[in-house]
Each structure stands twice: as C-alpha cells, then as structure tokens.
Design a protein around this ligand. Structure first.
Ligand code: HEC
Length: 112
C-alpha cells in the first residue's frame, strides 16, 4: 500500500511539472545571454558589429517574436547557420529567459 501511495504521489508531481508553464526569468537570463552579446549589441555596449555584418537588433523586440524566431532556427525553418547552432543549444527554459530579458530592454542602441 505504501508503495502505491508513493507511486501516486510521484505521478502527481510529474503531472504538475509537465503542466507548469515555462515562464521567462530575466535574472536567470543574464548568464545565458553572454554568448549573444558578441553579435547582438545591447544598450551600453557599442555595437560596431552590425556595420561589418548585419545582425538584427533584438533588444526591445517582443518576447513572442524572439521565442518564435529561436524556435524557427531550431526547427530549421530559419536557415542562418550560426543562429541555428545557437538556438539548438537552448532549452525551452533558456528561450523563455532570453526572450524575457531582451523584451524588457529599450531600443536605446539604435544607431542614429
Ligand atoms: C555568431 C553571431 C551571433 C550570436 C552569438 C547570436 N546571434 Fe542571433 N543572430 C545573428 C545573425 C547574423 C542573425 C540574423 C540571421 C538571419 O538572417 O536569419 C541573428 C538573428 C537572431 C534573431 C532573429 C531576429 C530577427 O529580427 O528576426 C534572434 C531572436 C536572435 N538572433 C537571438 C539570439 C540569441 C538569444 C542569442 C544568444 C543565445 C544569439 N542570437 C546569439 C547572429 C548571432
């Protein structure tokens, strides 16, 4: 009987874990966006890179847009090789976190 109860409790937990929605966490994103900074300029960072190579600005973009773009790279619907590699290395939680982070940025890095 004890075993059965334990199993039921376990099953209950798994269910909750699966049902829980992935919510982006801006704090957790900070360590994850380090590899994005080199290419995607962030406010306070001098973005000289876009002059050499067209890297889109993602700061201030809506979280939904960033998430769907990253998923499109994961699925191969978007073809850019370096972004495909990067997106492939991100978990669902990573995507939610970086999307939340970039969405709360303001577009102050726009070149005049
Ligand atoms: C090696 C350089 C490089 C790195 C590192 C990089 N990106 Fe990109 N990213 C690009 C380029 C170039 C594009 C445009 C690709 C294209 O035309 O599809 C792009 C496109 C994107 C787009 C789509 C933007 C749009 O307007 O459609 C998103 C979102 C994005 N990157 C997020 C990220 C995130 C998040 C990270 C870090 C986890 C990251 N990138 C790291 C170079 C990079």
């Amino acid at each position: 009987m004890k075993k059965l109860t334990a199993l039921l409790v376990l099953a209950g937990c798994t269910h909750v874990a699966v049902a829980a929605e992935v919510v982006g966490n801006v704090q957790n994103a900070k360590a994850k966006i380090e590899m994005c900074i080199g290419c995607h300029g962030i406010p306070g960072y001098k973005a000289t890179f876009p002059e050499v190579y067209p890297v889109p600005m993602i700061g201030g973009q809506s979280a939904k847009y960033i998430e769907s773009a990253l998923r499109a790279y994961q699925k191969g619907e978007r073809k850019h090789p370096s972004m495909k590699g990067i997106a492939a290395s991100l978990s669902e939680q990573d995507i939610a976190d970086v999307a939340a982070f970039y969405a709360q940025q303001t577009r102050t890095a726009d070149p005049k």
